[in-house]
Design a protein around this ligand. Structure first.
Ligand SMILES: [Zn+2]
Length: 397
């Protein structure tokens, strides 16, 4: 099967934009990009790009498919059967793909649902994005996320917890370095898993060839995770100069997940979000804003992640993070790269996805108009015209 996206604007993902390009796809791969569309045979399906922009499939580096954006998602999970959670997760995956997100990194599931969802999508049973999944997040006893996490105490136990996730099929291991907003009675600024604990867990993940990510808000926890060898910092509320220079020097990715704080701040207690969560969010939000601006100014590599599934942060609205990144100092081009090629590097998949180049997997998204000229169109419900994953349009059988 050959498909050609014909004669239009192509956002390559590496900083280049072509204005009159034709992208040819054969089976699941991109085979060529050229400025001519004359040699296409009649069996090639032709999709005009005119009036739109062709992007590499977008990548969200931080989602929770088992959470559905309810006001208290962790509380909701505790009161819900695994079956209902699974049904919702299937829907969340479908909405994510329909919104042009062809790959996600799921940073915390429950009951192995994220790992099974990945298998169901890979086998063609259901439609959804390509998933890299963490299984259960690893936290200290009573630490942030404990209702869905694997509580572990001491280096040996954290090492064992990491081994358990890898045994269950995790692609990535997630550690909780600090408190957070959405668990009652933990403080975002306080350190949680220790340096020694994370060092043991990260060592175990790296031995198995898996990358690591950490929920990290307070400065001490972030530093502990960095010194322990973490690969990406999620949220990063209180970034100091020391943290920023360490991240830059050691090429540690920063996934700020601005959407998470944005929706909690916007909707508030009136929408049913627990008061303790809104209060904590109000405290951290201004610091977060400063940290993102500072990190970007200093040249830390920022990738797109939404924390989709947190309150009112719905799956399928993932691209709202891109205009938020622009509000925090990134140029539209930088924010779009954060959601494509940079995100592919966070996942270690830069050789197969993230840019429109011959030999890469044909994950392609046709966005109406030109987001580089008006980034806010990505906030709309109808920004996406067509979505292709692995050479198949999502409406293909
Ligand atoms: Zn998260």
């Amino acid at each position: 099967m050959r498909t050609a996206f014909v004669n239009g604007r192509v956002f390559v993902g590496n900083g280049k934009v072509l204005e009159h390009a034709t992208v040819l796809v054969e089976d699941d791969k991109i085979v060529s990009i050229s400025d001519s569309f004359s040699g296409l045979d009649k069996d090639t399906r032709k999709v005009p790009i005119e009036g739109a922009t062709l992007f590499p499939g977008f990548i969200d580096c931080h989602v929770h498919l088992v959470m559905s954006g309810s006001p208290d998602p962790i509380g909701a999970l505790a009161n819900e059967s695994a079956l209902i959670t699974t049904i919702k997760a299937v829907e969340n995956a479908r909405k994510t793909l329909e919104a042009g997100i062809t790959t996600v990194r799921d940073l915390g599931g429950k009951n192995g649902i994220d790992l099974e969802l990945k298998q169901a999508i890979e086998s063609g049973l259901i439609k959804g994005p390509r998933i890299l999944a963490a299984g259960r997040l690893i936290c200290m006893t009573g630490g942030h996320g404990w209702p869905i996490g694997r509580e572990a105490d001491g280096p040996d136990d954290v090492r064992r917890a990491a081994r358990e996730q890898i045994k269950a099929g995790a692609d990535i291991v997630k550690f909780m370095a600090t408190g957070g907003v959405l668990t009652a009675a933990v403080e975002p600024g306080s350190a949680q898993l220790t340096y020694e604990e994370m060092k043991a867990g990260i060592e175990e993940a790296h031995k198995a060839g898996k990358r690591t990510a950490t929920h990290a808000m307070g400065s001490q926890g972030i530093l502990d995770a960095l010194h322990a060898g973490i690969d990406s910092i999620e949220h990063g509320i209180y970034l100091t100069d020391e943290i920023i220079s360490f991240m830059k020097k050691n090429s540690v990715f920063f996934v700020p997940t601005i959407s998470a704080m944005y929706h909690i701040g916007k909707m508030g207690i009136a929408a049913g979000i627990p008061a303790w969560a809104v209060e904590k969010n109000n405290i951290v939000a201004p610091h977060h804003k400063e940290s993102v601006k500072k990190a970007h100014g200093a040249g830390v590599t920022i990738a797109m992640g939404t924390d989709a599934g947190t309150p009112f942060n719905y799956h399928g609205k993932n691209l709202m993070e891109i205009p938020l990144l622009v509000k925090h100092g990134l140029s539209p081009m930088e924010a779009l790269i954060a959601a494509t090629s940079t995100a592919s590097r966070v996942l270690g998949l830069e050789n197969s996805i993230g840019t429109i180049e011959p030999g890469k997997i044909a994950d392609l998204v046709l966005v109406k108009n030109n987001p580089m000229e008006n980034i806010d169109i990505l906030n709309g419900n109808d920004a996406i015209a067509r979505v292709m994953k692995s050479g198949q349009f999502i409406e293909d059988k």
